[in-house]
Design a protein around this ligand. Structure first.
Ligand code: FES
Length: 553
């Protein structure tokens, strides 16, 4: 019956007897500009599958776009992973090629593929071209943040704002710095889904066609060899992926997605282990947003495998690439020409730090890449608390706001349950009056996330979040908070009895029906990866081997 139905769509008798049958999960969409270019690569993937003897069958999936999904694309990541899992599981296919790109599409596809556990290879969209603007010869998406601050402070006029609208994105593809999309593309490569060296090749370059064909061929090989995703998701592979991301200075979102991917394979990483891996890995990439170079410069010196080569002493080299070879063998073939200053070891290792304390009993994250003032790494200040985005927008630029450069801005009620989905708003803007006075960075604290393209002294993913009664819910304007990144602590200095006598804010009831109800009832906190509890592998309830016990200060 399968063959008969395919014959009806024009496949020949020979065609429908090809083996293996490779599904192509296509997330190209007009509503996801970062993934839009994937539509043009489907035929190249199909050609690769055919060249290797397989039968390619493409199918559409949910596509989630960071800029076009409200309140945030993480809200729909688990839904997309369910779509991917069920499409792979229920279709008569032997393997799959996953076409993803924008921030949450790549982890959603990996999560779904691990749960479905049929051979899977991934083709990521690649970054969009670097542009230019007035006297800036290399305009990239992270330039948007200081330009937004300047616009709010009144130093960017309407003409320049209009130019920026035209210049910021001059082509399809993912964000063109080491943001979440690039970080997760690197993860896909290290975990053996995407082909080695494929992640940072420009979305519009001719090399994408070659990569697409090679990906189709690799999917056929993976299906014939019976290499399944779950066998690739070992703790060793997850460690390799995170060490590579922290060497790159990549996104804080990686922690959430890697924990969710681990959970689908029965592992729990735990934020203490992330912290340990970060503190023992050199931070190498001098690439935006934490450095000065662009992604094409990193691609030119060898991309992800080149960075892995630099930290190979810290990696588990018996893990496998998407081609089925060991990373030891793959890295032996990496050209090690002089990287110039695109790669250099900072004095401080790792680009991410975990903080704990009475304000974040289950942890919080800070990205060191791009923090503009070391002074802020150890800081005590009085908080100004904003309850949600509307409150923030209404008051942040109020000339009467009682704020100075030593203040700590707190944004709460925007965690996994609260927003819902932890929108990327934790990078609170600098109040306009301080921006005009020359302040470029301040301590900010939130239970939300921030874009991987953002930088600054921003403490994110505070857990438990305010909406489920975490300590953040009890703060009031004027309370003192102390942060010490070197010591890994985040504490409020309010008397505990006084704090607990307060009424927590906010109290949320959540939606009454539909996906929103499902999300509110089952989403896990940030330190657990924000997956739905019922989607994790049952084994995850057991702590993974070597799991360090959580030490609460
Ligand atoms: Fe899609 Fe950045 S908004 S990759």
């Amino acid at each position: 019956m399968h063959r008969a139905f395919l014959r009806g769509t024009g496949h020949s008798a020979q065609d429908v007897r090809r083996y293996p049958v490779i599904g192509i999960a296509n997330s190209a969409s007009d509503l996801s500009p970062c993934n839009a270019g994937l539509a043009h690569l489907v035929d190249d993937v199909k050609q690769g599958v055919r060249e290797a003897g397989g039968l390619p069958l493409a199918f559409p999936t949910i596509s989630i776009s960071e800029p076009f999904t409200r309140p945030t694309s993480l809200y729909l990541r688990n839904l997309m992973s369910m779509d991917i899992e069920e499409m792979i599981s229920t279709a008569p296919i032997d393997g799959v090629v996953l076409l993803g790109g924008c921030d949450k599409t790549v982890p959603a596809q990996i999560m779904g593929a691990v749960s479905a556990n049929k051979p899977a290879v991934m083709l990521v969209a690649g970054p969009r071209p670097v542009s230019c603007h007035r006297d800036n010869p290399e305009l990239t998406v992270d330039d948007a943040w200081p330009l937004c601050d300047a616009r709010r402070a009144g130093t960017v006029d309407d003409d320049e704002w209009g130019e920026l609208e035209a210049n910021l994105n001059t082509g399809v593809g993912t964000c063109n710095v080491l943001g979440t999309a690039a970080s997760m593309a690197a993860v896909a490569e290290v975990l053996g889904f995407a082909l080695p060296g494929s992640s940072f090749q420009d979305a519009t370059s001719p090399s994408r066609t070659e990569i697409a064909r090679a990906t189709g061929q690799a999917a056929v090989a993976a299906a014939r060899d019976g290499r399944t995703p779950r066998e690739r998701i070992t703790l060793a592979a997850l460690e390799n992926a995170f060490r590579t991301v922290t060497a790159l200075g990549g996104s804080t979102n990686t922690v959430i997605h890697l924990e969710a991917i681990a959970g689908r394979a029965g592992h729990r990483i735990g934020i203490d282990r992330f912290d340990d891996w970060s503190r023992t890995t050199a931070y190498l990439a001098n690439v935006r947003p934490g450095g000065t170079h662009t992604l094409p410069a990193l691609a030119a010196i060898g991309g992800v495998p080149r960075v892995m080569h630099e930290i190979r002493a810290d990696l588990h080299l018996a893990e496998r690439t998407a081609l089925g070879t060991t990373w030891a063998r793959a890295l032996d073939g990496v050209a090690t020409t002089d990287p110039g200053d695109v790669l250099f070891a900072r004095p401080e290792p790792g680009s991410l730090r975990v903080l704990r304390g009475n304000l974040a009993p289950a942890g919080a994250l800070v990205k060191l890449a791009g923090v503009r003032s070391d002074v802020l790494l150890r800081h005590r200040g009085r908080v100004i608390v904003f309850d949600g985005i509307e409150d923030l927008n209404a008051r942040i630029d109020d000339p009467g706001l009682d704020v100075d450069a030593s203040s700590i801005l707190v944004l709460r009620g925007l965690g996994p349950v609260g927003a819902p989905g932890m929108p990327e708003v934790g990078h609170l803007p600098i109040p306009a009056k301080l921006h005009r006075a020359g302040v470029t960075d301040m301590v900010r604290i939130s239970d939300a996330r921030m874009s991987g393209t953002s930088t600054g002294m921003v403490v994110l993913h505070v857990a438990p979040e305010a909406a489920v009664g975490g300590p953040l819910a009890y703060l009031r304007d004027g309370d003192e908070v102390e942060i010490d990144v070197a010591a890994g602590t985040l504490r409020h200095l309010v008397d505990e009895d006084e704090l607990l006598a307060r009424t927590p804010v906010p109290v949320r009831s959540g939606p009454a029906r539909g996906f929103g109800r499902l999300h509110a009832d089952h989403v896990l906190q940030a330190d657990e990866g924000c997956d739905f509890d019922f989607l994790q592998d049952p084994l995850v309830a057991e702590p993974s081997e070597h799991q360090a016990p959580a030490a609460l200060p």
